[in-house]
Design a protein around this ligand. Structure first.
Ligand SMILES: Nc1nc2c(ncn2[C@@H]2O[C@H](COP(=O)(O)OP(=O)(O)OP(=O)(O)O)[C@@H](O)[C@H]2O)c(=O)[nH]1
Ligand SMILES: [Mg+2]
Length: 367
């Protein structure tokens, strides 16, 4: 299983940098020079400043039109770098990480996704994006909604992380972001670490690709972990990973098409009866009725870890809130703009030109 992580914009490159810390191949793309310099784990030759002629290396200030243009201008450079990283072996999944609410990530990710799909038709392209906080206001909400629409037509799945769901748990926003970023990386990395591990009842790259190949719908990664000797009921722990606090997206899991559950822990505790009970319940619950599973008994392990992936989701309150609010704002804005234009026209039409009021002045002076 080979995954390549491409971070776009500040949020995206920070997340990609954490993936690099845990040994993933990662690339950072940004319009801000100083944000790229701030990264710690992605080597310098894998950091690309785009759109410098357009922005002077200073970011695009939450304007996705500029973000899109910046990536477009330097797309050949970006694709050449990606090709040199890919080399001669296939990439199973390109993960694009970014924040939905800014300019560089929101404007750039769809452009890059399209180019990757064209260049690497056998690889999946999966978006991992952070949804803006409600308090951030109009612009990030509109950026997010439009980017969701664009990506849904290009990528295979969108793993959306709702920043609002994690904010509650931290004291200040930069700490909250850090925590969210760690959480994202921990979950995806735990999941990927369990793919292609030899053994019985394990998951391979084709299972993961099957689950994520879901026509640009939403996916979410759940997680639950507990000390093995405290787990009385494994079935309940598995279900907990699917519950609201396990998933960082408010979503109706019943609308999911596919699920994937990976369980890792001491062999004596991975009891078939409990596991099947939970999986049967989930199979009944989700619409698509397809659950892939992997069991990873590990005698050295003292904890039980459950990672779950649900895909093909089309009912999500987190997403609906953003799209509905964006439409409301956008329509109100366009209406106000139209009214302002009409009013301006109404107010100013009928005025004469200077010559109507001061006829012949110039001619008189020139004699
Ligand atoms: N989870 C998470 N979200 C973040 C982080 N930083 C910013 N965000 C969110 O991402 C959006 C802003 O995106 P940025 O990545 O800062 O913007 P950008 O893509 O660099 O674009 P510009 O700064 O406009 O050039 C906001 O909606 C923030 O809530 C982060 O480290 N983690
Ligand atoms: Mg930025």
């Amino acid at each position: 299983m080979r995954a390549l992580i491409i971070g776009v914009g500040q949020c995206g490159t920070k997340i990609a940098d954490l993936f690099a810390l845990v040994d993933f191949e990662a690339l950072a793309i940004n319009t801000s020079k100083s944000d790229l310099e701030y990264l710690k784990h992605i080597p310098e030759e894998r950091r690309i400043l785009v759109g410098e002629s357009l922005t002077g290396g200073k970011g695009v200030n939450a304007n996705p039109v500029l973000g899109r243009e910046a990536i477009k201008r330097d797309l050949p450079l970006v694709m050449k770098k990606i090709s040199s990283m890919v080399g001669y072996s296939d990439v199973d999944i390109f993960f694009l990480t970014f924040g939905f609410g800014g300019g560089t990530g929101a404007g750039g990710a769809p452009v890059l996704a399209e180019a990757l799909k064209e260049e690497y038709p056998d690889s999946l392209v999966v978006a991992i994006g952070a949804l803006p906080l409600k308090e951030e206001g109009i612009r990030p909400t509109i950026n997010a909604a439009i980017t969701i629409d664009k990506l849904s037509k290009v990528v295979d799945s969108i793993i959306a992380i709702d920043n609002n769901k994690l904010k509650e748990s931290a004291e200040d926003i930069s700490k909250a972001y850090e925590k969210i970023n760690y959480t994202i990386v921990e979950r995806i990395a735990s999941l990927l670490a369990l793919i292609d591990v030899p053994g019985e009842q394990t998951l391979d790259a084709s299972d993961l690709k099957f689950v994520l190949n879901a026509f640009g719908s939403f996916a979410t990664v759940g997680y639950a972990k507990a000390e093995a000797n405290k787990v009385k009921n494994l079935s309940r722990l598995i279900l907990k990973s699917f519950e609201n606090e396990g998933l960082y997206l408010e979503a109706n899991i019943e609308s999911a098409l596919y699920g994937l559950v990976a369980i890792h822990g001491p062999p004596e505790l991975l009891k078939a009866k409990d596991i099947f009970e939970a999986l049967e319940y989930l199979t009944r619950k989700i619409k698509g009725k397809q659950i892939f599973r992997g069991f990873y008994p590990d005698p050295r392990e003292k904890e039980i870890e459950v990672v779950t992936l649900l895909s093909g989701i089309y009912e999500s309150k987190s997403i609906e809130d953003i799209v509905v609010t964006a439409k409301k704002y956008a329509h109100a804005f366009m209406k106000a703009k139209e009214e302002a234009e009409t009013k301006k026209k109404e107010l100013l039409t009928g005025l004469p030109d200077f010559d109507d009021i001061y006829p012949g002045e110039v001619d008189e002076r020139l004699g």
